[in-house]
Write a new protein. Structure first.
Length: 368
């Protein structure tokens, strides 16, 4: 894959009618807040993923290339959606996946439901101790509270969730009047060459693709006449990381479809949320191969560890073996493991066990 510099990426996208905002300072790095994209399709303007926080809101206001536009949101995780009610233009639409309708007024569930779910699954030590969030004395104290006063413990966890949300995200502003939730009654089988997706036709040259896996309300946006593919968090390192809605199987299906489309020459720009866009058809193919190869290695590592255990082996023993694994990839994962980033190997292993079962050796279907 060619080593493309940031100015080249900006110019390449501009030639295809796309501009973007990112907090990434150098090539090869990532960002916590999702990239925001601006583009025009079929004589209509769009903003993709308004992100979160006052800084991004001001960046959008300073860089908006148009006054009238609709907003497209790839999924309801707060790093993509928290500002969605503040950036909406007058009389515009903020377009979401159908499943967001039931959670639009509770977007903070990313913290207030996911953190309790992690605590219930991994325990206090697994959620806050192994990750280094709380000290050993605090872990013991929390365990005592959980044992002797469950109601107080649940209250504390809820407070922690709210504090984490406030510190990491800030305010949450869902759209109140102009949210448009795509309808499952309108979903179609879309065909692009030999690659099929379920999705919605937004205009003649703009399609919203149903790409669950990272989260069940995840959309990707495709403009085939320009080869523009906006994949949100589908093409992520160590995906998924959502303990409630994530799916390894569905992530794999979506990634392989994107790869198949790229191999057929259908993607000239791969625009992701937490890394710089990849430009040029050959570079897109090479990048996807690299990501899929890493996902395969993670999958095979976890699969081998799980298959060496019995049905009676508990989660703590399995995850301990994962943490002690000597591969370079696993060492890299632990360097960026939660809370340093949203990547959390514990969640990945938990989802693996849920989808493939203890003592199993899962199977991934490669297409290259």
């Amino acid at each position: 894959m060619d080593n493309v510099k940031f100015p080249e990426i900006v110019d390449y996208l501009a030639e295809r009618g796309v501009s973007f905002i990112t907090d990434i300072k150098e090539e090869g790095k990532g960002t916590a807040i999702a990239n925001t994209f601006f583009l025009e399709v079929d004589n209509k303007n769009y903003l993709i993923d308004p992100g979160y926080g006052k800084k991004r809101l001001q960046q959008i206001r300073n860089n908006l290339p148009f006054n009238e536009y609709d907003t497209l949101v790839t999924h309801s995780h707060l790093d993509h959606s928290a500002n969605s009610g503040l950036v909406a233009a007058k009389d515009s639409r903020v377009i979401f996946h159908p499943l967001v309708a039931e959670r639009i007024n509770n977007l903070q569930r990313n913290y207030t439901e996911i953190i309790p779910a992690m605590v219930n699954t991994f325990g206090v030590k697994g959620s806050f101790g192994r990750t280094g969030i709380l000290s050993p004395p605090m872990i013991k104290l929390m365990q005592l509270v959980q044992k002797f006063s469950p109601s107080l413990f649940n209250f504390i966890i809820n407070v922690i969730s709210q504090v984490f949300c406030r510190i990491n995200i800030g305010g949450i502003y869902p759209p109140r009047k102009n949210a448009l939730f795509l309808n499952y009654n309108d979903i179609k089988e879309l065909q692009f060459g030999k690659t099929g997706f379920r999705g919605w036709t937004l205009s003649e040259n703009l399609f919203a693709l149903d790409t669950p896996g990272h989260q069940n309300d995840h959309l990707s946006f495709y403009i085939p006449d320009r080869g523009l593919m906006f994949t949100g968090d589908l093409i992520n390192f160590l995906n998924p990381n959502d303990i409630i809605e994530g799916s390894i199987k569905k992530t794999n299906v979506g990634m392989m479809k994107i790869f198949q489309l790229a191999e057929a020459g259908g993607i000239d720009v791969l625009a992701m949320s937490h890394t710089l866009p990849v430009i040029g058809k050959d570079n897109v193919i090479a990048y996807l191969k690299s990501v899929i190869a890493k996902q395969d290695e993670i999958f095979e590592t976890v699969s081998e560890i799980v298959s060496s255990c019995t049905d009676k082996t508990d989660f703590e023993e399995i995850i301990t073996k994962v943490y002690l694994h000597e591969s370079e990839l696993m060492k890299r994962i632990l360097k960026i493991n939660y809370p340093r980033s949203a990547t959390f190997i514990d969640v990945y292993v938990y989802i693996y066990l849920k989808e493939f079962g203890p003592g199993s050796h899962g199977a991934r279907h490669r297409t290259y």
